[in-house]
Write a protein of this length. Structure first.
Lengths: 314, 316, 323, 496
């Protein structure tokens, strides 16, 4: 069979991009002012930290786990960034490295004791939140100048958030989907036993994936503070659900190590656009929340359309 | 005054999940519908985010900038985390007026309630009722938020003023009735007899039910202007002369935000910081307070253009 | 050597009686609380734990069946359903005892519709359950706002009495919920439905080929979960003196937590009902303990998390099958 | 494989090795060795301990007692590991496949070969696997970029075999093949066996486990017979004949009784069929028909649409379908037991009764007593080797798991039984009993749809449909059935 663009397999991998494009088109139609450098930048710069958090979640999902704590973790990182990293950079850096190490340790714990990740991360979400509240009892702090400078950096022609998402997507794609080590890491989600039988250490893969998740969580929190310029203990709680939804929207699955970094980032951006479209539609406030659900469903229906197509051809 | 009939105003709200916010939105819709009809402004949309989160609201603000509003009236999820977005709005020439939960960004106007005073007043009241003082139970709000911290700071200040009081125990109520009820119930077995319960608004009825369920005498609970609280208070008052007071910021303050924004657009010289008093109901005013409170809602007061102008001129 | 053996013993116990650890955890925490409270107030603590635990248990049971149907199956519409059902029930009842049954029926029917809608999204549009229920929860939340505008209507006196009343010191609601748990345990372990759900959770493909009515069973599961959430909404409104828009919020994580702490496998196909009660008591007693110790908000959260992780680590994971 | 002084030293040597799982003694003191350049066949009934022995060799299971020597050096049980065995040149194709379904063929190859890394690793891995596939299975039709999960079980088996035979910096010296042919059709299987011979001639060693005795006789130099955790007999292959081999495995040896002609066979094709189906892409009006009491065979090369049609028929029993009409209850015996059959968290008993839940229940509640009774009855009937039907299904050996799946279908109230190459990994003795059982059931009016890749099994059928490219290519009556005809139809597709 010739592989055309209508080949469902290819089409399927294009679905996240398609959903994103459809949504963007709808927004351009409703509010033409968004069709500009300024507009895109405004719409997407808050999606960038979500994209990082989504990538963090994706690493966890790759090894068949689920992270219910990423939102509170990013909040904690944001608090650390807006306080320690700003006032005592050395302490801040050590704390952030400690956060990554804590994530790696969680991975080891989950593997060694064969624990359900959901419960462990649920528990950890309280721990992160508690630390954040202790660190920053009421909202405040401020971003280190270099950080807000970096995030606010006005690239010519292409908004920073888009460029950064693109680079992020490509780096993670090459590292996880194209590299030799990436194959082992994904394989340990697909069939852990086989990976072990081939002589690899599952402990190492799990620790690596959790450490990566921690790293991208830290990046997410820092970029978030760079954008908002200050932090609070509840600032990113939403990211937990957003990141899971983003990975799934991007074509990832809960089990079996089937994920797509580029898809996940597109998923995160799509979720951000859902909110924008909503603002532009001028819906009465009591229906705004529901409309968000409806838009999500419409976007997701696209997936099922492609799935159907795939089935028919199978 | 300059003509504002071609101006577009918008409300940005971060949470719609409780009766206070619902009343706030409703007041906005009613007052602005009339203003639009009267040709005062061209439009006054209300926007609310799906979830209570600073990042979502910041995104909402940025979208509003793109929509080209002339003024944004803002009830903020965080006093600082929206500053970036607010600054961008100001830079785009948009008037930003924040109320209730205000923002610290300097380019925005603030219609603030003195939350700290709300805390101090509670202790002052209790000091009058119980000159000998005694232990208290404090119900906190959502941890990590500024309103929670400010009211708490006020309560601490009050206790400094009246050292005969002490906080026996502090529980977390999340500003949610059911959560407050559960937290209070969980602390009761180990709680000494307290003279009063200091609250942040909306938790009073839950606390009262928890005390009743445990078969303990209900101490003086400071109420938060919710109709179930006032109703319970009235029942108790009629039955055994129960005394307390109730205070809250009126949800209708959103309309004040609207009129202040309109005045700014009209060219009025408005100071950046305005104070709005809380709505306080005392023992004698209970019946009148109940009248101002819709069934199942919050005691409300909507503001007019004149009241806004008065507030502005008194602040100068 | 001895530690190794006892660890093996613990793991074995965790496998044969996965529900045990939540009860042990609850018991330990209860003991610590009592000690901190000079060994007084035990009765009051237990009574309160039973009545607040009942709400966790009700939503937990529904969520458990959903989680049992396999990885990725979680019902995120529980909080919104609680809010809407509570509002519908209170409005329909309008404070009158005569309207209790119609109000309850209306709320459960709403739950059934929500569950059906969830499954419709999952089945017809093939939306992964977590996102499907998340999306529909937004819609339900809007409906709840439009329906009640957050106004609180007091429950009928008789219903309030049931929700808060006690028989011989035991909350009526807890008795009802324990009976419900027993019935659902029988359903899970002894009924065709329970077996089918467990089969689907292990291998949906094999279940289909083994003649399990996959579609019907999954539909029933989502409907069941929403109905339980609706029931919880009604009782919660009755218990706390009226429905409010945000009264379901804490049940999003709590409903998942009681299921998994109770020993149900998140990977699906393996679950138990009694552990839910253990976990529900555990969660409530945890709040009690920390409040008794008078810990501040930040530390309270840290302790909560650490204790949850510690309990699950001690309980150990389930051993995998043949290597 | 340079010949050296040590060339005659055994690659691997086991002395008195034992391994128990709880009360089950899977290995009970086994002495076994393999020298370079020989092919050793291992046979034995289901659950005899063959796979366990291989897992000890490959380092995936630690033995409880005895001595393991690799190239002459003793390896302690605690030291024995996959990496160790790998270094010694031992490769193992496990009975339950161990590929990652989410990775491509090339990526799975890389997983096996730690040395493939760095820039251009994909091309390197792809070249490695493609070359080996070409060498073993000419015209295999597998692309190195294909995702393994999308491949049929037979192709997955081919990939796994090729990956294990391929050499990077460390060469395979001993390749263990645990029932490699069970998922392959005869053509592909013979390609594999031919390759094994070439590999052995070139100095490599192979351990071949199979229940198809023809494979063993045609390929192996030496045969070890296992029974109940022991090697009970070990001789050069030419010192065995079929008879003596089967006898030493502990089966009754009246094997040459021809498949009895089922009485129903003449009275077949009348009345309404209970199943009538056609492959969706079939353009002519060729249909598959099944009548009560009939055994219908689905033949052809593996992966040519037989499984798809069986599934279509299975689904059509509950839903309307354009392509099939089914008038009766249907049960399915999966061949790919990991993917389609087993419920891994359940007991053996629960795995058996799952198809009969409604029948075993009253008012929606299962009756434990009746469930137990059914479990025990079928353990007896199919001789499932387990101390307790309450044990987890995964404690069973592969063949016994397959028996449990058989029991599931046969115990049900279904009038139609669809079997998707169901004898994968079932031992000779049991096979014969199951054939007998199927014929009996057919005489009692049950109808069977039986997809098989072995011609020997087709003789049990009243009617055979040969598939090619997803279509029914031929429709052969029982009295006209010949291997020639089936082969002809499988390749040329000319209707017979
Ligand atoms: N083999 C399978 N693999 C994955 N999902 C499945 C499978 N079978 C069924 N499902 C899920 O169940 C849904 C309903 O399937 P289907 O339409 O076959 O239900 P059904 O078999 O008609 O139910 P019933 O037999 O009870 O009438 C599908 O959309 C899918 O979500
Ligand atoms: N992980 C395990 N737990 C318990 N029992 C086991 C386990 N693995 C194997 N056994 C038991 O050990 C015995 C030998 O099993 P093994 O898989 O080696 O048999 P086999 O000869 O390969 O059979 P088959 O031909 O069916 O593949 C069987 O009785 C089996 O039930
Ligand atoms: Mg079906
Ligand atoms: Mg075997």
């Amino acid at each position: 069979m010739p592989r055309t663009i209508l080949d469902p397999k290819i089409l399927r991998s294009l679905v996240p991009a398609l959903s994103f494009a459809v949504l963007l088109g709808a927004i351009f139609y409703v509010q033409p002012r968004t069709m500009s450098y300024f507009g895109l930048n405004l719409m997407l710069n808050l999606a960038l930290p979500i994209a990082f958090a989504t990538i963090a979640q994706m690493f966890i999902l790759t090894v068949n786990d689920l992270d219910l704590s990423i939102g509170s973790f990013v909040s904690l990182v944001a608090c650390i960034t807006a306080t320690w990293l700003n006032e005592a950079p050395l302490l801040g850096v050590v704390a952030l490295l400690g956060c990554i190490a804590a994530y790696a340790a969680l991975g080891a714990l989950i593997h060694l004791r064969n624990l359900p990740s959901i419960v462990v991360t649920l528990g950890m979400s309280f721990v992160w939140s508690g630390c954040a509240i202790l660190l920053l009892p009421s909202p405040g702090g401020s971003a280190p100048d270099w950080l807000s400078g970096l995030v606010k950096f006005r690239m010519p022609f292409i908004p920073f958030s888009i460029l950064a998402s693109l680079i992020l997507g490509l780096i993670v794609h090459f590292a996880l989907m194209r590299s030799a080590t990436g194959a082992v890491l994904r394989g340990s989600g697909g069939n852990p036993q086989a990976v072990e039988r081939a002589g690899w250490s599952l402990l190492k893969t799990k620790v690596t994936m959790y450490a990566l998740a921690g790293f991208f969580g830290v990046m997410s929190g820092m970029i978030l503070v760079g954008t908002t310029t200050s932090a609070d203990a509840n600032i990113a709680l939403r990211y937990t659900l957003f990141s899971i939804a983003g990975v799934i929207l991007g074509g990832g699955e809960f089990t079996g190590g089937r994920v797509s970094p580029i898809g996940a980032i597109l998923g995160a951006l799509t979720l951000a656009l859902v909110g924008s479209l909503l603002s532009f539609l001028r819906i009465s406030p009591e229906w705004q929340i529901g409309a968000q659900g409806i838009i999500l469903i419409v976007v997701l229906a696209l997936r099922s359309l492609v799935n159907r197509l795939e089935e028919r051809q199978a | 005054d300059a003509d504002t009939s071609d101006k577009n105003v918008a409300l940005s709200n971060n949470y719609a999940g409780n009766s206070w916010r619902q009343a706030m939105i409703k007041s906005w819709q009613e007052a602005t519908a009339k203003a639009v009809e009267d040709g005062v402004v061209a439009s006054a949309d209300a926007n609310t985010t799906a979830e209570n989160s600073a990042t979502e609201q910041a995104a909402q603000l940025q979208n509003m900038i793109l929509q080209g509003y002339d003024a944004i009236v803002l009830n903020a999820a965080s006093p600082t985390a929206l500053n970036g977005a607010v600054k961008e709005a100001c830079d785009a020439g948009i008037t930003v007026v924040s109320f209730d939960a205000t923002v610290t960004e300097e380019c925005a106007w603030r219609i603030a309630v003195d939350f700290k005073k709300m805390g101090v007043d509670q202790i002052d009241y209790l000091a009058e009722r119980y000159p000998d003082g005694g232990p208290l139970l404090e119900i906190r709000g959502l941890p990590g938020t500024s309103v929670d911290e400010q009211i708490h700071a006020g309560i601490l200040e009050g206790i400094e003023k009246h050292p005969q009081f002490e906080i026996a125990r502090e529980v977390q109520g999340d500003w949610t009735q059911t959560v407050a009820q559960k937290s209070v119930a969980s602390v009761l077995p180990s709680l000494p007899d307290v003279v009063g319960v200091v609250t942040q608004g909306g938790d009073g009825y839950g606390a009262a039910r928890a005390f009743e369920a445990a078969g303990r005498e209900v101490p003086t609970i400071i109420m938060g202007n919710r109709s179930d609280e006032l109703q319970w208070w009235k029942e108790q008052k009629d039955e055994n002369g129960y005394e307390t007071f109730s205070q809250s910021i009126a949800p209708g303050v959103s309309t004040l935000g609207f009129w202040v924004a309109q005045q700014i657009l009209a060219g009025a010289d408005v100071p950046k910081d305005l104070q709005v008093p809380t709505l306080r109901i005392d023992q004698d005013g209970l019946d009148q307070g109940l009248e101002m409170t819709p069934e199942g809602g919050v005691t409300n007061k909507e503001y007019t253009r004149e009241e806004a102008q008065e507030l502005i001129s008194s602040a100068k | 050597m001895t530690t190794k053996r006892s660890a093996a013993g613990l793991a074995g116990l965790a496998r044969s009686a996965p529900w045990l650890f939540s009860f042990v955890g609850a018991l330990v925490i209860f003991a610590v609380t009592l000690a901190a409270n000079n060994w007084s107030g035990a009765g009051q603590i237990i009574t309160a734990a039973l009545s607040f635990g009942a709400f966790y248990a009700i939503v937990g049971i529904g969520q458990m069946f959903v989680i049992t149907t396999g990885p990725g199956n979680i019902d995120l519409s529980v909080p919104a359903t609680i809010a809407l059902a509570g509002a519908i029930a209170m409005t329909t009842m309008g404070g009158s005892d005569a309207m209790i049954l119609p109000g309850l029926a209306a709320a459960i029917a709403a739950g059934f519709l929500i569950g059906s809608f969830n499954y419709l999204l999952i089945w017809l549009l093939r939306i992964p359950p977590i996102i499907a229920t998340l999306s529909s929860s937004f819609i339900v939340q809007s409906l709840a706002i439009v329906y009640g505008r957050g106004l609180r209507i007091a429950p009928p006196p008789f219903l309030a009495e049931i929700a808060t009343g006690r028989v011989l010191g035991v909350p009526i609601l807890a008795i009802v919920t324990i009976l419900l748990a027993v019935v659902m345990a029988v359903v899970l372990h002894r009924s065709v439905y329970g077996r089918s759900v467990t089969a689907i959770g292990q291998n949906i493909n094999a279940a289909d080929l083994a003649g399990v009515r996959v579609g019907t069973m999954r539909f029933a599961t989502y409907a069941l979960s929403a109905c339980f959430a609706a029931f919880c909404g009604v009782m919660l409104a009755a218990f706390s003196g009226g429905a409010s828009l945000n009264m379901g919020e804490e049940y999003l994580l709590a409903s998942i937590a009681v299921v998994v702490i109770g020993g149900t496998s998140v990977a699906g196909g393996f679950s138990n009902v009694s552990g839910i009660w253990g976990a529900a008591l555990f969660l409530y007693l945890l709040i009690t303990m920390l409040n008794t110790l008078g810990v501040g908000a930040g530390l309270r959260q840290i302790f909560t998390g650490v204790i949850i992780v510690a309990v699950i680590t001690l309980a150990g994971g389930r051993k995998k099958g043949r290597g | 494989m340079s010949p050296s002084a040590s060339s005659d030293r055994p690659i691997v040597e086991l002395n008195d090795v034992a391994k128990s799982f709880g009360a089950v003694k899977a290995l009970d003191g086994v002495d076994f060795s393999v020298r370079p350049g020989e092919c050793v066949g291992v046979v034995g009934h289901n659950g005899a301990g063959k796979s366990t022995l291989m897992q000890v060799l490959a380092g995936t299971l630690a033995h409880d007692r005895g001595e393991v020597r690799l190239n002459g050096d003793v390896v302690a049980a605690s030291d024995h590991s996959v990496a160790r065995a790998h270094d010694a040149g031992i490769r193992c194709v496990f009975q339950e496949l161990s590929l990652c379904p989410n990775l491509t063929v090339a990526e799975n190859t890389r997983l096996r070969h730690g040395s493939i890394r760095g820039f251009g690793w994909r091309r390197q891995a792809a070249r490695l696997i493609a070359t080996k596939l070409d060498e073993i299975f000419p015209d295999h039709g597998i692309s190195a970029g294909a995702v393994v999960g999308d491949l049929s079980i037979g192709r997955r088996q081919m990939v796994e075999i090729a990956a294990n035979f391929s050499a990077t910096e460390s060469e395979p010296r001993l390749v263990i093949l645990d029932e490699p042919t069970s998922s392959l059709d005869q053509q592909v299987a013979s390609q594999l066996l031919a390759y094994v011979k070439r590999f052995v001639e070139a100095g490599g060693s192979v351990i071949l486990i199979s229940h198809i005795l023809g494979d063993i006789f045609g390929t192996c130099d030496r045969i070890a017979v296992m029974r109940d955790g022991l090697i009970v007999e070990e001789r050069p292959a030419d010192k065995f004949d079929r008879h003596s081999l089967v006898a030493s495995m502990g089966h009754v040896t009246d094997e040459d009784t021809p498949a009895p002609q089922s009485q129903a066979s003449e009275s077949q094709r009348r009345g309404e069929p209970i199943v009538s189906a056609r492959p969706p892409r079939q353009t002519d009006d060729q249909r598959l028909e099944l009548h009560p009491g009939e055994i219908v065979g689905l033949a052809g090369l593996a992966g040519h649409g037989q499984t798809a049609l069986l599934r279509l028929i299975h689904n059509a029993a509950r839903h309307r379908s354009r392509y099939a009409s089914v008038n009766g209850k249907i049960a399915f015996v999966a061949g790919d037991r990991q993917a389609d059959g087993i419920f891994p968290l359940w007991t053996i008993g629960q795995n058996v009764t799952v198809r009969s839940l409604s029948a075993l229940s009253r008012l929606g509640l299962l009756e434990k007593g009746r469930e137990r009774e059914m479990e025990d009855r079928w353990r007896e009937t199919l001789k499932i080797r387990t101390p307790d039907m309450g044990d987890n299904i995964l404690t069973l050996s592969g063949g016994n798991q397959q028996k449990a799946l058989f029991a599931r279908a046969l115990a049900s109230d279904a009038e139609i039984i669809a079997m998707d190459d169901p004898m994968r990994g079932v031992d000779v003795g049991t096979k014969r009993e199951v054939y007998e059982r199927i014929r009996q059931e057919a005489e009692n009016g049950r109808a069977f749809l039986w997809y098989t890749t072995e011609f020997d099994e087709l003789v049990n059928c009243n009617h055979v449909y040969v598939f090619r490219n997803g279509l029914i290519a031929a429709d052969i009556e029982r009295d006209q059935l010949s291997e020639q005809k089936v082969l002809h139809a499988s390749f040329e597709g000319e209707a017979a």
